[in-house]
Design a protein around this ligand. Structure first.
Ligand code: FES
Ligand code: FES
Length: 140
């Protein structure tokens, strides 16, 4: 694969064995869906989370139409947020993802897509709940 020459091995690993690829039922009231695009290249990422009664992410799936770094960033973030409280998931920065995957500066926007996607999924979940407060005592 020509891509091997350009991507770090961690990116290749996530790209070749993506974790948590797929979909969750977007009509499920405990599921939040985030759909975001990168204006820089037109790539699109969909990330879905299922949130339990304690406000923790119990399941997560993604579908990404984009480059290797975008797929790796989504795969990585799904592993990272599983079991996490939505509050903590909101704190994940694209720079953390980029650092973990050793993304070069030109690929930073690919990790931005993952940060935007998780934020947008959480926003959708909260909107569905209509401001209903979810108590969260866990420290993930
Ligand atoms: Fe979008 Fe990389 S430019 S696939
Ligand atoms: Fe655009 Fe990666 S998301 S090049």
């Amino acid at each position: 694969v020509a891509a091997r020459r350009f991507y770090h091995e961690k990116v290749i690993d996530h790209y070749e064995n993506p974790r948590n690829m797929g979909s969750l039922d977007k009509n499920d009231p405990s599921v939040g869906t985030g759909l975001v695009g990168a204006p820089a290249c037109g790539d699109v990422m969909r990330l879905q989370i299922k949130v339990d009664d304690n406000g923790n992410i119990s399941d997560v799936k993604f579908k990404t139409f984009g480059c290797g770094s975008a797929i790796a960033s989504s795969s990585y973030i799904t592993e990272r947020v599983r079991g996490m409280s939505i509050e903590n998931a909101l704190k994940i920065k694209n720079t953390d993802i980029a650092k973990e995957l050793c993304l070069p500066p030109v690929k930073l926007h690919c990790s931005m897509l993952a940060e935007d996607a998780i934020k947008s999924a959480i926003k959708d979940f909260r909107k569905k709940r209509g401001g209903e407060v979810i108590h969260n005592e866990s420290v993930a």
